[in-house]
Design a protein around this ligand. Structure first.
Ligand code: AMP
Length: 549
């Protein structure tokens, strides 16, 4: 079925990607069927004490699909999924995919603003939520969503729905158990989807503005997860630890849980990313590979030397989602004893990765090469002209797994895509002679200080070189005179005897030879940097705290 909110690839590209073998006729629900036939008795998913074989996962997805079907859900229905890393997430995902319903994937840390917005835009008919997660009452949030978004007619709660629900009469609150989340032998559900259909909607990762919805089709996402698994060299012997919330593209499909399943491996779902929890699972499940964002990589590196647990099985660690400084890149390899894979990824599509065969210098200092030979990238200046080779410009891209338009966002799409279908990433990069991409920042993270451009990324790297600085985030503050000024939020190293003053930091930057206009105008000392739902530094929250001080 065609949805007018979805921008399809033009026919010539469809032909090209099908002919080259990137796109097949499989649906995501069909892939699980194939994986279950290939290795029915192997463990697909581990969550707490629960271990699901491929056959059990396949059957559980059928059973839940039947449950959704019996409640009137079917092709084209949008369902907001806001579950933590639990087996039901994966079961529900495949159940909805098989019905041709479209999961709208969010993260547990999202709150009213994000969930109401995506439910409205997608005209969601149901929400899947935990009852509580990290002390937050998700049932109360779901009630609020239901009140504000009339299309939402059902809420399914993992765990007991809770007392607050009794006051709600016009919406069906059901438990997951009601959906028959129990393998029923032989209860196969026919796949109602086709490869070219939109399979799911992901949320754009921007830390500013309203999130946009990213349509991913069955065939482009199937290619995404298969290609990412190949580039990372995943096999059936791999055990992947999902520590980031799996509603995010990176731990879900780059290669993440789905890429691991496509390779025949085992995906272990961690309830939290902290070293405390994650290291225990690495030891218990003999985890071989995981993916983290840089703030988490730093946390693991700090915790590992004092941790007595056996991390020797961990072989590869993918770090992406935000820029990794070279210092941490080195320490990840030295301290954790893993092979580092750097990756620039976006829910919109394009994924670059360093390869196991890349020289060490490339692995520590670049974000790798595009995953697919069919990825096309352009590095352009502000006027839309290609920059000279090796210079910094904005990254534009198109390819067999990069969207051609955000969902139901015709107006915004005119800015975000050019006439040839290239997506404007907003990322500033330079490309080395071997094709390796180095991220230099975000277009929006270039602070315009009275007409002078200050790169937040560059200043952050400089600040990290100061002995007292454990972490730094640089962002603009609105200013009547200059338009924007530069604010640096800094976390100090624990043993710092006396916090440095702003003027001392400036003196340090001057010594390092950094132009004066790039020095911070304000210093904000913080205990920790606030993080977004997936664990990236939340600069919007920092700017709000700076405005309050
Ligand atoms: P998301 O859709 O949440 O994955 O966010 C995508 C954005 O995260 C990209 O457009 C980049 O701005 C940023 N990002 C992802 N990976 C990296 C990386 N390795 N280095 C710097 N920025 C990154």
């Amino acid at each position: 079925m065609t949805d007018p909110g979805f921008t399809p690839w033009p026919a010539e590209f469809v032909e090209r990607y099908v002919e080259a073998g990137y796109w097949g006729s499989e649906t995501l629900g069909g892939l699980l069927r194939g994986w279950a036939a290939r290795s029915p008795g192997d463990v697909a998913l581990v969550c707490g004490p629960r271990r699901l074989t491929y056959a059990e996962l396949d059957a559980a997805a059928d059973a839940m699909a039947a449950g959704f079907g019996a409640r009137g859900f079917g092709p084209g229905d949008h369902v907001v999924v806001q579950l933590p890393n639990v087996a039901e997430f994966v079961v529900a995902l495949f159940a909805l995919l098989r019905l041709g319903a479209i999961p709208v994937l969010t993260m547990p840390a999202h709150r009213r603003a994000e969930i109401v917005h995506v439910a409205q835009v997608s005209e969601a008919v149901a929400c899947l939520v935990p009852n509580r997660h990290e002390g937050f009452d998700h049932v109360a949030l779901a009630e609020q969503v239901r009140r504000e978004v009339p299309s939402v007619r059902s809420v399914f709660v993992r765990g007991e729905p809770g007392a607050s629900v009794s006051s709600v009469s016009s919406v069906s609150f059901g438990g997951f158990e009601d959906l028959a989340d129990v393998p029923v032998p032989g209860a196969r559900v026919d796949d109602a989807a086709s490869a070219e259909d939109v399979a799911l909607l992901l949320m754009s990762g921007g830390t500013t503005g309203r999130p946009k919805l990213i349509p991913r089709t069955h065939r482009d996402y199937a290619y995404n997860l298969r290609a990412a698994a190949q580039v990372c060299g995943l096999t059936e012997r791999d055990v992947y630890l999902a520590v980031l919330p799996i509603g995010h593209n990176l731990p879900l499909a780059c290669p993440g849980v789905l890429g691991t399943l496509s390779a025949g491996g085992t995906a272990v779902l961690a309830p939290a990313p902290s070293p405390d929890v994650a290291f225990g699972l690495v030891e218990r499940e003999r985890v071989t590979v995981s993916s983290v964002v840089p703030p988490l990589a730093r946390l693991w590196v700090e915790a590992a030397p004092q941790d007595g647990r056996d991390l020797s099985s961990l072989d590869r660690l993918m770090v992406g989602g935000a820029r990794l400084d070279v210092g941490t890149a080195d320490r990840v390899q030295e301290v954790l004893g893993v092979r580092l894979i750097q990756s620039l990824g976006m829910a919109e599509g394009l994924l670059t990765q360093t390869r196991p065969e890349d020289p060490p210098e490339i692995v520590r200092s670049t974000q790798g090469r595009p995953m697919s030979p069919a990825d096309e990238i352009r590095v352009l200046d502000e006027a839309g002209h290609p920059v000279p080779a090796g210079e910094v410009g904005e990254l534009w891209t198109r390819g067999p797994y990069t969207l051609r338009g955000y969902y139901r966002a015709a107006e915004y799409n005119r800015l975000a895509f050019d006439d040839e279908g290239f997506y404007r990433t907003g990322d500033l990069v330079r490309v080395l002679p071997g094709g390796h991409v180095v991220v230099a920042g975000r277009v929006k993270e270039v602070i315009n200080r009275g007409g002078e451009n200050v790169s937040a990324t560059e200043l952050e790297e400089e600040l990290l070189g100061h002995p007292a600085v454990a972490a730094a985030a640089v962002f603009p503050l609105l200013d009547d005179d200059l338009g924007e000024t530069v604010c640096a939020a800094v976390v100090l190293r624990p043993a710092t005897p006396r916090p440095p003053k702003l003027k001392e930091l400036k003196a340090y930057l001057r010594e390092r030879g950094l132009a004066r206009f790039k020095h911070p105008d304000r210093l904000l000392l913080v205990d920790t940097l606030p993080l977004t739902g997936v664990g990236k530094v939340d600069k919007k929250a920092l700017a709000q705290s700076a405005a309050r001080v």
